[in-house]
Design a protein around this ligand. Structure first.
Ligand code: PLP
Length: 387
C-alpha cells in the first residue's frame, strides 16, 4: 500500500530526465521540481573548508547530542532573537534533517490516533502521508481562489473538537502566497477562541522552508510572535540552497501550552522514527552561517519574466510574493489534461489536484532564465492550440 501512491512531482521529474536523454536537456522545459537553481552563498563552502581544517576528525564525524549540537542551537537562537525580538533558548530548538522529517515528528507529537490535522489548500502534497503516518486524519480547507488567502468561513466550519493542529505554509508552495500580519492575527484569534471552546490547544505547525524567499520588500511574519501555540519547522534546503544536505530545525516555544512536554514529545517522536543527530558537519556549518541570506535576484528575475510572459499570453496567474513557484489556471479547466498536453511539447508542469486545487497547475521557476525565455513562445502556442 505504501508503494502504491507515488509522488506525481517525482514521476514528472523522472519523465523529464528520460526525455532529456532522448531529445537533449535543453529541449525539455522542466518546471516540475523545486530544486534551487541559485548556488549556496560562497561562505557556505568556505566554512566547510575552515571546519575541515580546524576541527578534529572524531569530533567532526562523531554523533552529536540527539537534539543537536548546543553551539548550533545557540547560534540559531541568537539569530532568531536578533531578527524577531524573541528570547528563544537553545533548549527550545531541535536540529532536524530538513522540514520533511521535522513535520513528521511534530505531527506525531501534537496528535493522538484519529485526531485531525488541517491544511490550507493549496498545500504541499506530502502533508497527507506525513499526517496519516502519524495516525491522524488529514483534512483540507478548500482554497480561496484566486486570492489563495485563508478562507476563514470554510476554516471555521472544519475547526471541530477533534482538530489538534493546522499546518500553515507561508510563503506557500505552490501559490507563493505570504500571509500578512493581519491575516495571521485573525487566524490566531480564531484558533484561540476555538481552543478555549474545546478545552485543548490547536497548534499551528508553521512549515517554513521558504521564509527567506520573499520579493518586493515583503517579509514573512514570524508566526510564534503572533500565536504562541506555534511550532516552527524550518529548513535550509531552499534558503541556503542545500536540499540534498538535509538540515533544518524545529522550534517549540516554551510559552506554548505544554511547551516543555511538547518539546520532549517532538524529540521522542523524532527518535521513534530514527531521526536524531542531524549530520554533524552540517550542524557545524550552520552554527557559523546563521547570518547568511539568499541572493534572490535570479529568482526575482525569473518570477517577473515568467509571470509577465504568461499573463501576456493570456494565462491567469496568481501573483506570487514568495517561494519560487507560479500557480496558473489551466486552460480548459482540467489541469491533468493540460499537463498531458504540455508533455507533448516537452513542457513539464504539475497539476494542482495533488495540492488540493484542481484546475490550476504549478511551475517551479527555480530554473535557468534561458529556459524561461525559450519556453514562453511554447506557452503562448499551447494556450492558442488548446482553445
Ligand atoms: N514543505 C514544503 C512546503 C516544501 O515545499 C518542501 C520541499 O519542497 C518541504 C516542506 C520539505 O523540505 P525539506 O527539503 O526541508 O525536507
Amino acid at each position: 500500500a505504501l508503494g502504491a501512491n507515488r509522488s506525481c512531482i517525482r514521476e514528472l521529474f523522472e519523465y523529464g530526465r528520460q526525455r532529456a536523454a532522448v531529445v537533449g536537456a535543453e529541449n525539455v522545459f522542466d518546471y516540475s521540481l523545486g530544486n534551487p537553481s541559485i548556488p549556496s552563498p560562497p561562505e557556505v563552502n568556505e566554512t566547510i573548508r575552515q571546519i575541515l581544517e580546524d576541527t578534529d576528525s572524531l569530533t567532526l564525524h562523531g554523533y552529536t547530542t540527539a537534539v543537536g549540537d548546543l553551539a548550533t542551537r545557540k547560534a540559531i537562537a541568537d539569530d532568531l532573537n536578533a531578527r524577531y525580538g524573541t528570547d528563544i533558548l537553545p533548549g527550545e530548538l531541535f536540529i532536524g534533517c530538513g522540514a520533511a522529517p521535522e513535520l513528521c515528528a511534530v505531527l506525531k507529537a501534537v496528535t493522538t490516533p484519529g485526531s485531525k490535522v488541517l491544511a490550507l489548500a493549496p498545500y504541499f502534497p506530502e502533508y497527507k502521508p506525513f499526517a496519516e503516518s502519524a495516525g491522524a486524519v488529514f483534512e483540507v480547507v478548500p482554497p480561496d481562489v484566486p486570492s489563495f488567502q485563508i478562507p476563514f468561513d470554510a476554516l471555521e466550519t472544519l475547526l471541530t473538537k477533534d482538530v489538534n493542529a493546522i499546518i500553515v505554509n507561508s510563503p506557500n508552495n505552490p501559490a507563493g502566497t505570504v500571509y500578512t500580519v493581519d491575516t495571521l492575527k485573525k487566524l490566531s484569534a480564531l484558533l484561540t477562541e476555538k481552543s478555549a471552546e474545546f478545552g485543548h490547544p490547536i497548534y499551528i505547525i508553521a512549515d517554513e522552508p521558504y521564509r527567506e524567499l520573499c520579493y518586493d520588500g515583503i517579509t514573512a511574519p514570524f508566526i510564534p510572535t503572533i500565536y504562541q501555540n506555534t511550532v516552527v519547522c524550518y529548513s535550509y534546503s531552499k534558503s541556503l540552497s542545500l536540499p540534498g544536505e538535509r538540515i533544518g530545525y524545529i522550534y517549540v516555544p516554551r510559552q506554548a501550552e505544554n511547551g516543555e512536554d511538547l518539546y520532549l514529545a517532538v524529540a521522542g517522536a523524532a527518535r521513534a522514527a530514527g531521526h536524531v543527530c542531524a549530520p554533524s558537519l552540517w550542524q557545524k556549518v550552520i552554527a557559523r552561517c546563521t547570518h547568511l541570506r539568499p541572493d534572490l535576484c535570479a529568482y526575482d528575475k525569473n518570477r517577473r519574466a515568467l509571470y509577465d510572459g504568461l499573463v501576456a499570453a493570456g494565462y491567469e496567474v496568481a501573483k506570487p510574493d514568495g517561494a519560487f513557484y507560479l500557480f496558473v489556471k489551466a486552460p480548459g479547466g482540467d489541469a491533468n489534461a493540460f499537463s498531458e498536453f504540455a508533455k507533448t511539447k516537452d513542457v513539464l508542469l504539475v497539476p494542482g489536484d495533488g495540492f488540493g486545487c484542481p484546475g490550476w497547475f504549478r511551475l517551479c521557476y527555480c530554473v535557468s532564465y534561458d529556459q524561461i525565455i525559450r519556453s514562453l513562445p511554447v506557452f503562448a502556442q499551447m494556450i492558442q492550440e488548446y482553445k
